[in-house]
Write a protein that binds this ligand. Structure first.
Ligand code: SRM
Ligand code: SF4
Length: 566
């Protein structure tokens, strides 16, 4: 057993913080009583992430507050845990109320991992936030830092029977992998400290080496972008029942500008397992990553680097040994798309669902679109659920025939449904400025107008009704999953981006770098050239991403470890 001193020498400071935290307690409770600062001090800055919160400050105000010698405008972002993205309309009303009354921005932000974030909660309101969530049987455990994150599950409302089973699986896996420490209940819900010893049988005392992401996927829809995740279960359905799943591991999209020891990678298949093996295989994969993952360099700590270091076969054999199984050959499946199915759809239970486009997942009222008020109005009488999609959109589901008309009228009068281009429907951006501390360039705030300009180019070349998957991330962490798009931007500095092209429609190909460090104006000029070429020279039904690869405008990324940087 290594001493903490030895550990701190070899491991990253984060490992030391986890080990010393008394199962994630740190001195968070003391900091909550400290009125001198609106922030958290020392290790608590990192530890609150294990409880689902990030300390941020408004970057638009940084300079001014600095000049006035004021503390940065600290406030917390809180991310809820919502496996499979399902929240009842009743619960939505509560979170909507909280966002309006107790956050600095008054918005709710849907994320591309099927959950929502509050931005701008002052330290003094944090306990209220957790208590409110607890009252509606929600929490923010396991949504940040070195644990398994919100478990994604295909949102397609048409396949509700299978979806229901997958949704239950998503919940089961999420619960199975949750931290067991009572720290969350003690600190945020004022539960009395129970005099027992905490144990973390799955995650271990120092938790995972890095964040870990899981999906459950129902082909032919890859809306969850499975290839970007650490552990994925692609379900195989026979006679309308899930019989098993293919297991894929080692996906991830982030890299660091200029650091060739970092690269994006697509999840690859370990093999097929029957449905009853899911939990034992989950445990085996997570504990292998826990024990084998790199704890000395956080940039090389995710599952894909563990697999690269030990070899795919060694990783697979270890998982087989730990789960006491042998993977069968992969069963056949295919994907047709990743987008959401907008508008009204009848489900197999004969009720209805309405999928609404939410630009970048931001729930607020703007212009002639009263998204927040409209959803709030619907939530006040809707008896079904809201389903959040991995594309940052929302599905109002389980709508009865009686309520359909009422919801239709509200959707119309509040501007919830608007005719928009397919380009916009398929667009996505990360949050970036002003709240993200890691942002290098604008993303959420630049995307709407930028899309308008690409729409004009598409109109010019008569392809305005076509789909192109366009995504923006404010830095190479790649939260907007730009590297799995047909055109993806990744922020370099204010107003400048790397431009990547050549991902495919189903999200199984990483885009390659077309131009480095260019301005928005330059990007539009390159797009004018490329879209003109695509419009005039493409094969029948050839997607933009496939076209730019065939025409060699960009190199096809086959093995990202070598190809991404060359
Ligand atoms: Fe992310 C960090 C927002 C999905 C890769 N991400 C962050 C932080 C928390 C910044 C920070 O560490 O201080 C961002 C908060 C911004 C804000 O103000 O809200 C942030 N990430 C987001 C969200 C909200 C983007 C969105 O617009 O939807 C997504 C929240 C998902 C969720 O509900 O859990 C989000 N982040 C992703 C994805 C996409 C995905 O998971 O499908 C990725 C790329 C896939 C991957 O993991 O490789 C992603 N985020 C990162 C990374 C790079 C991790 C790495 O492997 O190196 C960071 C930085 C880090 O962890 O050190 C990061
Ligand atoms: Fe922030 Fe970068 Fe993620 Fe965008 S991609 S939310 S800028 S960490």
């Amino acid at each position: 057993m290594k001493t903490i001193k030895q550990l701190s020498k070899q491991c990253t400071p984060e490992e030391y913080i986890k080990k010393n935290s008394n199962y994630l307690r740190g001195t968070i409770s003391e900091d909550l009583k400290n009125n001198i600062t609106n922030g958290f001090t020392g290790d608590n800055f990192s530890l609150i992430r294990f409880h689902g919160m990030y300390q941020q400050d408004d970057r638009d105000l940084r300079k001014e507050r600095n000049m006035q010698k004021l503390e940065p405008r600290y406030a917390m972002m809180l991310r809820c845990r919502l496996p499979g993205g399902v929240i009842s309309a009743k619960k939505w009303s509560k979170i909507d109320f909280f966002a309006s009354k107790k956050t600095l921005y008054g918005t709710i932000r849907l994320t591309n991992r099927q959950t929502f974030q509050f931005h701008g909660i002052l330290k003094k309101h944090l306990k209220n936030a957790h208590k409110m969530l607890h009252e509606i049987e929600l929490d923010s455990l396991g949504t940040a830092n070195d644990v398994n994150r919100n478990v994604l599950c295909t949102s397609n409302p048409k396949q509700s029977l299978i979806h229901q089973q997958c949704y239950s699986l998503a919940q089961e896996i999420s619960n199975f992998l949750l931290p067991q420490t009572k720290a969350y209940a003690e600190i945020w819900l004022d539960k009395e400290k129970i005099a027992t010893t905490d144990k973390e049988p799955i995650l271990g005392k120092t938790y995972l080496p890095r964040k870990f992401k899981t999906t459950i996927v129902i082909p032919p829809y890859n809306d969850v972008d499975l290839y970007a995740n650490d552990m994925n279960f692609v379900v195989i359905v026979e006679n309308n029942e899930i019989i098993g799943c293919n297991v894929l591991v080692g996906g991830g999209l982030s890299f660091t500008h200029g650091n060739k020891r970092t690269w994006p990678f697509l999840a690859s298949a370990l093999g097929y397992i029957s449905i009853d093996k899911i939990i034992s295989v989950t445990k085996a994969i997570v504990t292998t990553q826990r024990d084998w993952g790199n704890r000395t360099d956080r940039k090389n700590a995710k599952t894909r680097y563990t697999i690269e270091k030990f070899g795919f076969n060694a990783f697979k054999e270890e998982v087989e040994k730990r789960a006491n199984i042998i993977f069968e050959p992969v069963r056949s499946y295919h994907f047709i798309e990743r987008g959401d199915l907008f508008g009204w759809k009848k489900s197999i239970n004969n009720d209805w669902s309405l999928t609404l486009f939410i630009q970048n997942g931001r729930i607020y009222d703007y212009g002639d679109q009263f998204i927040k008020s409209g959803l709030s109005k619907i939530a006040s009488f809707h008896t079904g659920n809201f389903r959040l999609t991995s594309n940052q959109n929302i599905i109002i589901s389980e709508v009865s025939d009686d309520n359909k008309k009422k919801i239709e009228e509200i959707a119309k009068s509040y501007g919830l449904v608007k005719k928009i281009s397919k380009l916009r429907e398929n667009s996505m951006s990360c949050v970036s400025f002003p709240t993200c501390p890691l942002a290098m360039a604008e993303a959420e705030r630049m995307l709407p107008n930028f899309i308008t300009q690409i729409e004009q180019i598409m109109l010019k070349y008569n392809v305005e009704n076509e789909v192109i998957i366009f995504r923006v991330s404010g830095c190479p962490n790649g939260c907007g999953r730009s590297l799995l798009s047909e055109i993806g931007l990744i922020g370099k500095s204010i107003g400048r981006y790397n431009m990547y092209i050549g991902g495919n429609r189903i999200g199984s190909r990483i885009a390659g770098m077309y131009k480095e460090n260019i301005t928005e104006k330059e990007i539009l000029s390159h797009l004018d050239f490329l879209i003109d070429n695509w419009a005039s020279d493409r094969n029948i039904q050839e997607d933009f991403g496939d076209f730019v690869i065939r025409k060699k405008f960009v190199k096809k990324i086959i093995n990202p470890i070598h190809d991404f940087w060359s």
